[in-house]
Design a protein around this ligand. Structure first.
Ligand code: AMP
Ligand code: MG
Length: 318
């Protein structure tokens, strides 16, 4: 179905469209989100359709304040409370036992719900004006790199959603860290800008699942789907690896000096810059018909863990 997508800079206008049952893309500090009120079943269906998202991939529910956790969760463990106290609002999603206000269409039939309170002031104001918590996956077509600026949302979803609230580019550029706090021991399900080291400073017993343990996957349903992949193929390389470029339309992103002979390149000074630029660079490469992108794997610590995870998925290696 083709519809008119309203482009706006007004949080009030965007919230009014959401509250009347519309699907609205909005900025957050991680990536742009595609929101529907959890009290609007039709909008939730439209959201899945617009993204082309499989119905068994649950959505994260976004709230405006810590006080709203109780509106969607039926139980908050001591460890979850400690993480909320330290990291909300921010780029952290907690998986908690859901309560009856959260429909199963949002949780893909699970008894748990992913909850996040973003820090971006525009997102918080939008969520504050929303008449109910807002389910929101990343605002891109399923499988493509997440949208980190409004132009990327427009490219993917114009004509498929009711409204796009334009804001600044996302300052982090990678999806939220996800920690499952619904069981006896908290588990890191997805790496993000809140690092494992930071989490363990608050809750030392947090464990990780590695992508080599497929039996753990059902805990985090969406992780089985391909993600973040540009059309160009991805080749991973290590720091200072000697790369012999053979393709005429190759690109490079990383933190070391680029190899000779690439048509497009991005050298990042910090892991923060690498995380912020990664998805935008993937999209730029596709726009320029790049055939292969050489990506340097950062070290597996701090934010590097999240960047490695996205690169491995984009390369189809997990
Ligand atoms: P995104 O693709 O950024 O919208 O993030 C959604 C991801 O959060 C899903 O693909 C799951 O991996 C994870 N998630 C959301 N809700 C849950 C839940 N109830 N249990 C486990 N993982 C969840
Ligand atoms: Mg996504």
């Amino acid at each position: 179905m083709i519809m008119q997508t309203k482009l706006t800079d007004s949080v009030e206008e965007a919230a009014a469209i959401l509250n009347s049952g519309g699907v609205v893309a909005f900025p957050t500090e991680t990536v742009y989100g595609l929101g529907a009120g959890i009290c609007h079943p039709e909008a939730l269906l439209q959201l899945f359709r617009a993204k082309g998202r499989p119905a068994d991939n649950p959505l994260i529910v976004h709230i405006a304040s810590i006080g709203q956790v109780a509106e969607v969760a039926s139980a908050v463990s001591l460890q979850a409370a400690q993480l909320i106290e330290r990291f909300f609002p921010g780029p952290l999603t907690l998986v908690l036992k859901k309560n009856s206000s959260v429909p199963y269409s949002v949780t893909a039939g699970l008894e748990t719900v992913g909850v996040r309170c973003p820090a971006n002031p525009v997102a918080r104001e939008f969520l504050r004006l929303a008449c109910c918590p807002v389910a929101a996956p990343s605002a891109n077509r399923s499988g493509l790199p997440s949208a980190t600026n409004w132009e990327a949302v427009h490219e993917d979803l114009d004509g498929k959603i009711d409204c796009l609230l334009r804001g600044d580019p996302s300052t982090i550029g990678l999806e939220s860290t996800i920690v499952d706090c619904s069981g006896s021991r908290p588990i890191l399900l997805r790496a993000g800008a809140i690092t494992l080291e930071q989490l363990r400073a608050v809750v030392p017993e947090i464990t990780t699942i590695t992508i080599t343990q497929p039996e753990e996957r059902p805990k985090c349903p969406g992780l089985k789907y391909p993600h973040y992949a540009p059309r160009a193929s991805i080749v991973l390389c290590s720091k200072n690896e000697k790369i012999d470029i053979k393709e005429s339309s190759a690109a490079y992103i990383g933190m070391s000096e680029p190899p000779e002979g690439v048509a497009l390149l991005k050298v990042c000074r910090t892991t923060e810059e690498y995380g912020r630029e990664l998805f935008g660079f993937f999209r730029l490469c596709d726009a320029r018909n790049i055939s292969v992108i050489y990506c340097e794997l950062p070290s597996d610590e701090g934010l590097g863990r999240a960047i490695r995870d996205r690169l491995m998925r984009a390369a189809g290696l997990c």
